[in-house]
Design a binder for this molecule. Structure first.
Ligand code: MN
Length: 228
């Protein structure tokens, strides 16, 4: 099963990298079924979140780029890196596409999530005291974001782990981010991510969500981020 899971991850990443290359952008397939994250995230939330919200970021990004042909050859990463110079429609929808693509890959069905590497575990304990203390701080940053946004665990320019939050569809790779860093994990704080199931209880959603985090993927991102 682990082999099949790894194989599907590789296939997904190759599809994803194609989808992210340049305009017109497209929505990559989810790496699991829309009901696979139940009961933590229900099928109706996934269908709306992936099929409607994420699709809208892709559709609106392509439409906004049609009006800006000079930006059409840029990759999604390149657009995100210059977000502060872009029209709002491109910044918001490029961020929305980047963030959601990253988000789907960060999760797996609860019975299929991979384990955290010793390398990441040691780094989290060194930076935050313990895994529990890391989760407490991540939760606090998620609760503390007023309105819509994201909460992130990233690697900063010094190679240190850092928790931050960004408004709207911004992320730590953007030139305008308060905390500039390379994200390895992010959770979506928009009400569309949890409202059908958790209503106004964002903290309950944040707590339940840990069951879906695929630490094998996050650990691979960590290893890649500290090498650069
Ligand atoms: Mn979302």
């Amino acid at each position: 099963m682990r082999f099949l899971s790894s194989l599907s991850t590789v296939l997904f990443f190759s599809l994803l990298s194609t989808a992210l290359m340049a305009a017109p952008f497209s929505l990559a397939p989810l790496p699991y079924a829309t009901d696979a994250l139940q009961p933590t995230i229900d099928k109706a939330t996934m269908e709306l979140h992936y099929g409607k919200h994420h699709q809208a970021y892709v559709t609106n990004l392509n439409a906004a780029l049609d009006a800006q042909p000079d930006l059409k050859n840029k990759s999604l990463d390149e657009l995100v890196a210059i977000a502060g110079t872009l029209p709002a429609a491109i910044r918001n929808n490029a961020g929305g596409h980047w963030n959601h693509s990253f988000f789907w890959q960060s999760m797996a069905p609860a019975n299929k999530v991979g384990a955290m590497s010793n390398e990441l575990k040691t780094a989290l304990e060194k930076q935050f005291g313990s895994i529990d203390q890391f989760k407490t701080q991540f939760r606090a940053a998620g609760i503390g974001r007023f309105g819509s946004g994201w909460v992130w665990l990233s690697v900063d320019a010094k190679g240190q782990l850092v928790i931050s939050s960004t408004p709207n569809q911004d992320n730590p790779l953007m030139d305008i981010a308060e905390v500039k860093a390379k994200p390895i994990l992010g959770n979506d704080l928009w009400e569309h991510a949890y409202y059908l199931q958790y209503n106004n209880r964002r903290a309950d959603y944040l707590d339940a969500w840990w069951q879906l985090v695929d630490w094998a993927v996050i650990s691979q991102r960590y290893t890649a981020a500290i090498k650069k």
